[in-house]
Design a binder for this molecule. Sequence first.
Ligand SMILES: *[C@@H]1O[C@H](CO)[C@@H](O)[C@H](O)[C@H]1NC(C)=O
Ligand SMILES: *[C@@H]1O[C@H](CO)[C@@H](O)[C@H](O)[C@H]1NC(C)=O
Ligand SMILES: *[C@@H]1O[C@H](CO)[C@@H](O)[C@H](O)[C@H]1NC(C)=O
Ligand SMILES: *[C@@H]1O[C@H](CO)[C@@H](O)[C@H](O)[C@H]1NC(C)=O
Ligand SMILES: *[C@@H]1O[C@H](CO)[C@@H](O)[C@H](O)[C@H]1NC(C)=O
Ligand SMILES: *[C@@H]1O[C@H](CO)[C@@H](O)[C@H](O)[C@H]1NC(C)=O
Ligand SMILES: *[C@@H]1O[C@H](CO)[C@@H](O)[C@H](O)[C@H]1NC(C)=O
Ligand SMILES: *[C@@H]1O[C@H](CO)[C@@H](O)[C@H](O)[C@H]1NC(C)=O
Ligand SMILES: *[C@@H]1O[C@H](CO)[C@@H](O)[C@H](O)[C@H]1NC(C)=O
Ligand SMILES: *[C@@H]1O[C@H](CO)[C@@H](O)[C@H](O)[C@H]1NC(C)=O
Ligand SMILES: *[C@@H]1O[C@H](CO)[C@@H](O)[C@H](O)[C@H]1NC(C)=O
Ligand SMILES: *[C@@H]1O[C@H](CO)[C@@H](O)[C@H](O)[C@H]1NC(C)=O
Length: 755
Amino acid sequence: MKNCYSLFVWVYFCTLFGRLAYKSSTLGCTEGERIGLLKLKQAFKPGSSTSAFSSWDIAQETDCCAWENVKCDFHNKRVVQLSLNSTKLYDDSEWYLNFSLFLPFQELQNLSLNQNNLRGFHGVVNSSKLQMLDLGWNKMDVIPFFGGDTLHSLKFLSLENNWFTNSSNFNELTKLKALETLNLGYNYEMVGHIPPVISRMTSLKALSFGGGSNLNGFLPKQGLCRLRKLEELDLSWNSFSGVIPSCLGNLTSLKLLDLSNNYFSGVIPPTLFPNLKLLEHVSLSFNRFQGTFSFSSLSANSKLKVFELQSQDKNELKVDTENPPWTVLFQLKVLRLSNCRLNEPTGSIPSFLLNQYQLRLVDLSHNKMVGNDPSWLIKNNTKLELLNLRNNSFTGSFLLHPNRKNLNMVQLDASMNQIHGELPKFIGTVLPNLFSLNMSVNALQGRIPASVGDMKILKILDLGNNDLFGEIPQRLVVGVLLLKGNNLDGLIPSHICDLKNLTILDMSSNKFSGSIPTCLYQIPFGSKKLIDDAFTTSEPGWYIDGSVDEDTNVLITDVEEEIEFMSKNRFESYKGNILYYISGIDLSQNKLTGPIPDELGYLTSIYTLNLSHNHLTGSIPKTFSNLKEIESLDLSYNLLSGEIPLELTQLNFLSVFSVAYNNLSGSIPDTEAQFGTFGESSYEGNSLLCGPPLEKSCIGSSPSPTDSVTLSPKPKDTFWDSFLWSFLVSSVAAFSGIISLLYSRGYYRQPFRSR
Ligand SMILES: *[C@@H]1O[C@H](CO)[C@@H](O)[C@H](O)[C@H]1NC(C)=O
Ligand SMILES: *[C@@H]1O[C@H](CO)[C@@H](O)[C@H](O)[C@H]1NC(C)=O
Ligand SMILES: *[C@@H]1O[C@H](CO)[C@@H](O)[C@H](O)[C@H]1NC(C)=O
Ligand SMILES: *[C@@H]1O[C@H](CO)[C@@H](O)[C@H](O)[C@H]1NC(C)=O
Ligand SMILES: *[C@@H]1O[C@H](CO)[C@@H](O)[C@H](O)[C@H]1NC(C)=O
Ligand SMILES: *[C@@H]1O[C@H](CO)[C@@H](O)[C@H](O)[C@H]1NC(C)=O
Ligand SMILES: *[C@@H]1O[C@H](CO)[C@@H](O)[C@H](O)[C@H]1NC(C)=O
Ligand SMILES: *[C@@H]1O[C@H](CO)[C@@H](O)[C@H](O)[C@H]1NC(C)=O
Ligand SMILES: *[C@@H]1O[C@H](CO)[C@@H](O)[C@H](O)[C@H]1NC(C)=O
Ligand SMILES: *[C@@H]1O[C@H](CO)[C@@H](O)[C@H](O)[C@H]1NC(C)=O
Ligand SMILES: *[C@@H]1O[C@H](CO)[C@@H](O)[C@H](O)[C@H]1NC(C)=O
Ligand SMILES: *[C@@H]1O[C@H](CO)[C@@H](O)[C@H](O)[C@H]1NC(C)=O
């Protein structure tokens, strides 16, 4: 009984204290602000789709500081931040917001109205403490009017991805005396020159017109060079031309300079870098520079972390990393030097790389470099995530140190070189986290190391066009397996059927013999769209507020994370969903015998099947009528006999079809639907076939063996051949597209146009 009583007292006091605590917190959130927030909620008229205001409850006397997207000062409980991003996203009508709705929040510092279909404000932006205003991704073409203390408080203004043009009232911005960051990027309607008033905004530390405006002309020298406090200047993805004004070299606070993807020409001024001692990130990629750029002009830039100078084909730019001699003070994280006429005439690999050990992304592709394969880069740089050496002339073997694991490496491309010798036996243990390995078009010998099976997240393995022999290792976990053009032999191992995530299997032009494993049908081949954890990439980027981000991985394979990152900053990213759409098997040009297993007809999701140039016998399985998705079916140059199953005419997506050069007989299925599009070349070289499109009529024709000789012309480069080629090439291009995206900065980084 006594216990019961004390329990009662205890509960009573708990409730009492609870209530007191509750009261005191509602005291914190002032009534005026609570009502102000509710009015704001009303103004947004949140549609059914938005949950942003679900906790903004009229009925209960809740503490409005606890409401979602509202942040109060810890001590005085006044609203200091409102994050109203994407609150009106799904209601596509454009609207104006009356700024006086924000006047109750006298302590408001940060206001984010990103992605709300805003056309603009009614009234003046004059919150007295406002420091940060994010109006990105709206539909404004008039700069808001600023007044009151905001003129001296506002530091950060994002007007990214709106409808501003060069005729917008930029004068308004010059009133903002404290403005440090101005983001006018991705304003696609902006053409012409940089608004000249920019030169009066001398408080600016970060300025962006980057990402896809249409500004052009020569850089207004005096304009930008007057902004002496600039730390970040992003003019990427515009149409600027002419030489880079050397006065930019006087902006001594500069940390980031992105002039990539423009039409800048002439020499890169050697005076550009020596005074920019704080420089961390330089991107000059994809312009039209000429002359020679010498790395010696970077010898003062001890803070440099990102250097990008990719060229286009037929480039005029020469890059010399050796002469004149210089001292390296920087430790780079990202180096992209692609398609540059690097160190002509010796083609030596930049020697400064010997002393870099913080590298995370290195692209040295298409440089005609010679010398031994620089796999020491992997050993020296344990943080390396991506290495691209494609299309050089590296020789020697690919060497790895068995005890130097690199757990960060996700992508390695050393294709199109002259690397020979065997792949290191322990490659899978040293690089266990590879996502993509491309060593194709080299002179690799020996067997595929079994340890490749230890790469547990490998998605793409391309070892095509080498001199590999032997078998395919067990325990592989790839999605795309490209082994064409080697000397692999023996039976196609049935353990290949364990590759449940396979979407593309290319084993063409090898020496595989025996019959096609019937178990192949057990591979879903795309029906489960297994490369889901998409192939996304970004790179150590920068926030417009000034710091090169330290901790972001080069490759982010988590889609959720990617979206998160996209909204925060300007990382390029790409989701490789092209891989969703291709699936296929290519076993052509081998020595395969026996019949085509009926079970292949269960590959109902496959897009391409190429079994040509083998010694396959028997008839075309009727089950092929189940290949509902198939677009390309090539069975030519085999020993198939019997009739072409009429059921094949059900294949509605088939656009490439060949059974040429077999021993098929009977009449060709009705030339209706898809089959109406296949010409003679799809059937030629089968002496016993008859009917259109072949000239031989089926009526009264009795096949005679002598006919066959005369009827079999030499294979020609026929229409379908070229069609097939273009199909193949486009598939391959799709892949290399994905890969090259990783290397070439940001082709996909422009957000969708909202207009
Ligand atoms: C709103 O957007 C800004 C900038 O895009 C971002 O920094 C902030 O985290 C976003 N807030 C919310 C609640 O999504
Ligand atoms: C904005 O709100 C204020 C205060 O409620 C009001 O006086 C003013 O007329 C409004 N402006 C417009 C254009 O609706
Ligand atoms: C406002 O935003 C800036 C930058 O995101 C942040 O550093 C600051 O803490 C925010 N202020 C408040 C009061 O939340
Ligand atoms: C802001 O401007 C409005 C008129 O748009 C005015 O009523 C208000 O007093 C101003 N507030 C401040 C703090 O300047
Ligand atoms: C805007 O750009 C167009 C095209 O370059 C030009 O004709 C026009 O004069 C510019 N307007 C202003 C206000 O700069
Ligand atoms: C850079 O500044 C120096 C002195 O501050 C000046 O003499 C020089 O002309 C400037 N260079 C350019 C290219 O503007
Ligand atoms: C990088 O590797 C090269 C070649 O093995 C070696 O000479 C150099 O000292 C290494 N550098 C570092 C920083 O480890
Ligand atoms: C290889 O690189 C050279 C430049 O070094 C370039 O001209 C050529 O087009 C590249 N080849 C391929 C296939 O990319
Ligand atoms: C297939 O992929 C999934 C997810 O990427 C993975 O968990 C699974 O182990 C893979 N299975 C095989 C057999 O490779
Ligand atoms: C071609 O097929 C016919 C029967 O349709 C058969 O008699 C003949 O032997 C076959 N020729 C070859 C070379 O297989
Ligand atoms: C099938 O493979 C052969 C030889 O590898 C090739 O010539 C042909 O173009 C391929 N067919 C298709 C449809 O891709
Ligand atoms: C591998 O590299 C070769 C040559 O550079 C390229 O053609 C091929 O598309 C690459 N493979 C993949 C899967 O990207």
